[in-house]
Design a protein around this ligand. Structure first.
Ligand SMILES: CC(C)(COP(=O)(O)OP(=O)(O)OC[C@H]1O[C@@H](n2cnc3c(N)ncnc32)[C@H](O)[C@@H]1OP(=O)(O)O)[C@@H](O)C(=O)NCCC(=O)NCCS
Length: 174
């Protein structure tokens, strides 16, 4: 089990006054590679679309029109980004977003961690961040669509498959 923790520190990255990023503190001694020490979490919706596209490419997702991605981001209630950042370098390494009806329901989309950064607890961080913020907004039902190979990942985070026999149904234009 790997633990990350928000590092609530007043000093911000790169000596800038950008307080939208919070440093993640790596607590697991087995993951002490230097690049894992420079990861920050942010909920700003100011995401670079080209960096997001590169991140999605890195896990083999089908390319989507940037114009539509921009609209989807604009209409998302919560966006969580993980950025690896130091004095000379900035890189988007993780992302997830949620849409919400602001009353009862929210759905999580586009959960992705760059392959170089998988397996060190960052997927868990982005989901926990989304759940935390959705619960703060008093959203009680959080849904998502899971590929078969990530069902166990979501189960570990408390998601239930087909609760009470409920099935997801889809309609596509023919
Ligand atoms: C799925 C994904 C987000 C997981 O991110 P990650 O940072 O590697 O996951 P974490 O390191 O936070 O893993 C958290 C836990 O889930 C487990 N886990 C991670 N990926 C898993 C998988 N595919 N299947 C089963 N368990 C998995 C880890 O072993 C860990 O278990 P532990 O808490 O017992 O140690 C990442 O692999 C990814 O981006 N995949 C490609 C895109 C994708 O499929 N996204 C999901 C769309 S539905």
């Amino acid at each position: 089990m790997i633990f990350w923790k928000n590092f609530f520190h007043n000093s911000s990255i790169n000596n800038s006054s950008d307080k939208t990023f919070k440093k993640l503190l790596l607590l697991d001694k087995n993951c002490n590679r230097i690049e894992f020490q420079d990861i920050y979490v942010s909920s700003t919706n100011n995401v670079n679309l080209y960096e997001l596209e590169q991140l999605c490419d890195s896990v083999g997702w089908v390319k989507r029109p940037l114009k539509k991605v921009k609209i989807a981001l604009k209409n998302s209630s919560i966006i969580v980004s993980l950025v690896q950042k130091n004095d000379s370098h900035k890189r988007l390494v993780g992302f997830a977003r949620a849409t919400s009806d602001s009353g009862f329901n929210a759905t999580i989309w586009d959960v992705v961690i760059h392959p170089d950064f998988q397996g060190i607890g960052l997927g868990k961080v982005v989901i926990h961040q989304l759940i935390k913020q959705l619960r703060q907004a008093d959203i009680s039902t959080i849904t998502l669509f899971a590929e078969p190979d990530v069902i166990s990942f979501y189960k570990k985070l408390g998601f239930i498959k087909d609760p009470d026999g409920v099935k997801g149904m889809f309609w596509y234009p023919r």
